[in-house]
Design a protein around this ligand. Sequence first.
Ligand SMILES: [Fe+2]
Length: 177
Amino acid sequence: MTKSRLVIQVEEFARTNCELAEGTGLWTHTKLVRQFALELARIEGADSQVLVIAALLHDIGKRIGQENHSVWSYDLSKVFLESVDLPQTTKERILECVLKHSSRFSLEDNNIEVKVIQSADVLATLCDEPWQEHYRTTMPKEEILQLFDRAMKKITLESARRLAEPQIAKLKALLIQ
Ligand SMILES: [Fe+2]
């Protein structure tokens, strides 16, 4: 797939910001979120342009701090998007995805793009091998199992659940080895 100039511009901005959140593997995570967001967009018929850009921007606020990072991501993205050539309505839909990607919004009646970004965020975390390995070596088993429960609650799309379930089964099997 040829990337548009716009996507390259967003990618450069997002990468720079992600790399400022040192030692978190944030850029790797971000690329995985984009991959799952595109896959789910295709299955669900959601807007892939909104989702690619939202996926790239969703965690940039972590350069400021983990807590409330979705609000920081929203603020940084809002300023950045002012310099980008996109219709205002598209910018607003991207910003809504960025703000609502965190689990505290997962119980709301969200639009399909918000549901996709929430689910893609969970799938990316579940499929990030070094990240999961880090959990297994630093966290008690019970806490990891609770994380899996919370992860499944954040997924509100059946299509994403079908991708997450076998991955969680695989991770649980690794826990009891
Ligand atoms: Fe994320």
